[in-house]
Design a protein around this ligand. Structure first.
Ligand code: B12
Length: 221
């Protein structure tokens, strides 16, 4: 039965049909599928499938990519409180777009993928000042600050990742908090992340999940 539910869910996600995807989940729960199975046997494989389709250039559209992450995020938020045993959080991430940058789609995809991987995400939204990234990371005891920049000047400029790195250094936080970056400029220059002082970058939401959980493991006691 799980396989059938998974196929129905995947079909709805590929059709960017949020309501149908949620209906599939609701019906599955009514038939006895557990919330844990929904997350780990349906939602996560659907995200992985989407990733495979993207990496194999199977013609996935931005809308499909975006909705897969949005639906995943919504279902995970709904299922986790129903788990029989509270799932162990993998870690905590603060995410936002760099100061001056109002491109939020990539960040939302990354957030959805992280949530599906049991990472707690605090989304600071758009146009986030570097000091705020650090203050919120401390307030939430986060292991990673994730900065999304879609424009060259917000990726390279003095009010983005470079400044966050400087603040971490000034406050002696570099051993405790890692920085991940992403967005179009980093795809054009895969060395850019080093130049702006980040610890890692990722090309898309799924690889972001892997990279960021790796950074969490580096610093989490
Ligand atoms: C949509 C869009 C907009 C929308 C944004 C809507 C919104 N709510 O987000 C609007 C219309 C508001 C907009 C405005 C502007 N835009 Co615009 N925009 C775009 C466009 C078409 C798509 C960007 C996007 O959302 N991509 C979709 C996401 C999913 O992209 P993605 O990179 O695949 O994301 C993945 C990865 O990058 C990664 N990732 C992303 N973030 C992160 C973070 C971390 C930590 C990690 C690990 C990974 C990661 O994972 C994501 C998911 O898989 C691009 C062109 C393009 N084709 O890229 C221009 C583009 C980014 N914009 C551009 C410009 C110039 C502007 C404006 C200045 C235009 C103007 N003159 O007003 C303004 C600037 C506003 C501002 N200050 O931010 C330029 C930037 C040029 C440059 N080299 O810097 C671009 C490249 C267009 C162009 N070719 O000129 N824009």
């Amino acid at each position: 039965m799980l396989e059938q539910v998974m196929n129905q869910y995947n079909e709805a996600v590929m059709d960017t049909d949020r309501d149908q995807a949620l209906l599939v989940v609701r019906d599955a729960l009514a038939l006895g599928v557990t919330p844990e199975e929904v997350v780990f046997n349906i939602v996560v494989p659907a995200i992985e499938l989407m990733m495979k389709a993207i990496s194999e250039e199977q013609g996935v559209t931005l809308a499909q990519h975006f909705m897969a992450a949005q639906i995943a995020s919504e279902v995970v938020d709904d299922m986790v409180p129903r788990f029989r045993k509270a799932p162990e959080s993998v870690g905590t991430v603060i995410i936002g777009t760099s100061q001056g940058d109002f491109h939020g789609l990539g960040k939302r995809i990354v957030s959805g993928c992280l949530k599906a991987m049991m990472v707690e995400v605090t989304d600071l939204g758009l146009n986030v000042a570097p000091e705020r990234f650090v203050d919120e990371a401390l307030a939430h005891d986060a292991q990673v600050i994730a900065i999304s920049s879609m424009m060259v000047h917000t990726a390279q400029g003095e009010n983005g990742c470079r400044r966050v790195r400087q603040i971490l250094k000034e406050r002696g936080l570099e051993r405790r908090i890692r920085i991940a970056v992403g967005g179009a400029p980093y795809r054009f220059d895969p060395e850019l992340y080093r130049n702006v002082g980040a610890d890692a970058w990722a090309e898309n939401g799924i690889t972001a999940g892997r990279v960021i959980t790796g950074l969490i493991r580096e610093v989490r006691p």
